[in-house]
Write a protein of this length. Sequence first.
Length: 567
Amino acid sequence: MGPTDTKEKYYRHLRKGLFSAFFIFILVPTIFVSWVTLHNLRQSAIQRIEMFGVRMAEERSDAIRQYLDQQIQILSTLSGMYPVKVMGNQDHLDRLFRAVNERGHVVDLLVVDAKGTQLSYVGPHRAAVEGKNYKEAEWFNDVLIGGKHVSDVFLGYRNIPHLVVAVTDPLKTYVIRATINSETFNALLHQAQMGYSGDAIIVNPEGNFQTPSLQGVKELTSAERELLVHHEGTNSRVMDSFLYTTRWIKEGQWLLIIKFKVRESLGSFNERRDNSLMIIAAATIIFMFSAVLLCRYMVGKLERSDRRRADMDQQMIQVEKMASVGRLAAGIAHEINNPLQMITNQAGWIEELLPDEDPALVKNFDEYRDAVSKIKFHVIRAGTITHRLLGFSRRMTTEKECIRVNELIEETISFVENEALSHKIIIERELDENLPTTMSDGPQVQQVFLNILNNGLDAVDHDGKITVSTRADDTSIYIEFSDTGPGISPEVMKQIFDPFFTTKEPGKGTGLGMSICYDIMKKLGGKIDVNNKKTGGAIFTITLPLRKMGEPGHEGEGTFGYEGSIS
């Protein structure tokens, strides 16, 4: 992938980033606020429905309780007035039945003695119950123990679902039982207004229906069975698009369930919500279209500006390279003098020995061999130094290789160590011995190191100190250059990475060093941070991404970390 493709990819990412920023910081909050508002309005509407359901459940449970209490009171009055002999008389029971059943609430009356034997009966199922004994019936035993009983719906001898209310006389010599008209009882529940899809039922703790469902349902669903847990008062719960209101009645023996279809109950709210959503959707489409146009315009303008800057930077890099090479040449010339002098000395030594030796015997062979070895060693040394000069002289393109940052630092320090010693400046190293290697462009990284060290030497007075430290984490390698100089003023710090900005005297600086360092780190995917230390002096922090062999880089995506604060 060439530089052009990399730039195009960068601008595509930038366009996406700007659009994402518009989307996240403007559209998302708008949608979120709209959603919260609609959600709160919906919750308010549901709360009103819940309050209606609670009120309905309380009204129906009170009506059922009063109705059953009334039936028990009637039977208790009769059992208290007449002894067993009177109640066992069929004619007498017929007259009582006509008296208590003026409204048709009672289907039949049955009188049973304490042994469960039927004494008298009036009602439409005489043949089905004639001569039956009820001593094993659950309702009969309950009423003997508790004095009164309201049964669940059951079939009994007549094989017809029915509900009975029974009481015993004060002496428990007989039991009088009344079968309640199921239609009258069911009507007490179905008077509740529950809408087209709503329902109201009574079930026992096992989930068996005590009243028929308005929707023709025969049993509870598995989810509805979770409602059978006992609770105090009235509960409301939304489940499977229905709002369920439940209340235990008859001393916890029955559960009253009233349910509403939520969407049906929220009819007016849904209409307002749909209108609001249409407006929000239209506004969102307009906003997204506008955001796309704005992002394209902004990135296009930035792209044109970057092209102009890239052309200028290319020229600046060449100027700075020449300045760096000139500086390096002075140091290298000093380094080369010693090996060249040694070569000269050894050559002279050989020349002095050779006239004294017999060429045939090679008497001083060992000395000759030692001199040759030294010549080779210093020639190699001179070649290494020359190679460094050539490395800094070549064109500054990013060529990735596995680099050891600590070695680069040591090599770079060797370029300026003599100058530092001449000014009595100490260069202290605090290098992490376990620093990992990374894939990067060694010469360019070294150029950044050299530029920062040179600036540090210019900033530090005699007897000062420059400290170079390294460390790493899971993602990056950090190189810090701190000095004991005067630090950087806020005005200078704002412009330190601007092209052609310099604080040096005319002729002593191009003003391109830090700008080029910034561009190099940006191309390598790293960054430069600059701050002042509390104890005085400046600190430059270089961050290199930690990459392994074969791992793709992200040239051109580095950042410039300028804070401008005293840290």
